[in-house]
Design a protein around this ligand. Structure first.
Ligand code: 3PG
Length: 211
């Protein structure tokens, strides 16, 4: 499962972290992001529309790899699977959630914010982790420091990253991709400014991943 999560993380340099207010806007948003080159999408379970949005985007935007974000417990994970998510992302990792992830048919990207959390998750078989919240816990400097003692762990840092900061993260050997909401700002979604979002996505896509 961890290998499939790594493969998903390698499919695009930036994973848009999306908060969607309606199913219709989620589909248009996904189309814009995919048109800009970002094919891995995290729809957070923070709105009533989220689960239906995942199901609809999966059908209407087949080029997208759609996952559920903000998965906090086994119930969220069940709902994410039922909605058709291709992966699940959590800001952290409780033992109850990890137990549920063990039996789930989709891969999970659990969150870690300390070296001990990263080691414990790696012991459980996770090869790629979400460093969250990346900027507040030390960002690029944190990742450079753990690259020595934990060279086998890969990260998708998320939290406080934007277009200016992303290149420094993507230049690190232990970073496979970064997550962020900057490519889909709420104001642009509400204004249905899809071409603006497509431009943000393209700029993010072109950041690429070195190595
Ligand atoms: C989140 O869960 O909100 C994500 O980490 C996104 O963080 P960002 O809005 O700082 O990009």
């Amino acid at each position: 499962m961890s290998d499939s999560m790594l493969k998903i993380c390698r499919a695009a340099p930036v994973v848009p972290v999306l908060t969607v207010e309606s199913v219709a806007s989620a589909v248009a948003l996904a189309q814009a992001l995919v048109a800009g080159g970002l094919t891995v999408l995290e729809i957070t379970l923070r709105t009533p529309a989220a689960l239906d949005a995942i199901s609809k985007v999966k059908v209407e935007v087949p080029e997208a790899i759609v996952g559920a974000g903000t998965v906090r417990n086994a119930k969220d994970l069940d709902a994410a699977v039922s909605a058709g998510s291709s992966f699940a992302v959590s800001p952290g990792a409780t033992s109850a959630l990890l137990d549920a992830a063990d039996g789930a048919p989709i891969p999970m990207l659990p969150g870690a914010a300390t070296v001990s959390e990263a080691m414990a998750l790696n012991d459980r078989g996770f090869k790629v982790l979400k460093l969250f919240p990346a900027e507040p816990v030390g960002g690029v400097s944190w990742l450079k420091n753990v690259g020595g003692p934990l060279p086998q762990i890969r990260f998708c840092p998320t939290g406080g990253i934007d277009a200016e900061k992303a290149p420094d993260y993507l230049a690190l050997d232990n970073v496979v991709c970064v997550g962020g909401s900057w490519v889909a700002p709420t104001a642009l979604i509400r204004n249905e400014a899809w071409s603006e979002i497509e431009k943000l996505a393209r700029t993010a896509f072109l950041l690429g991943k070195r190595g």
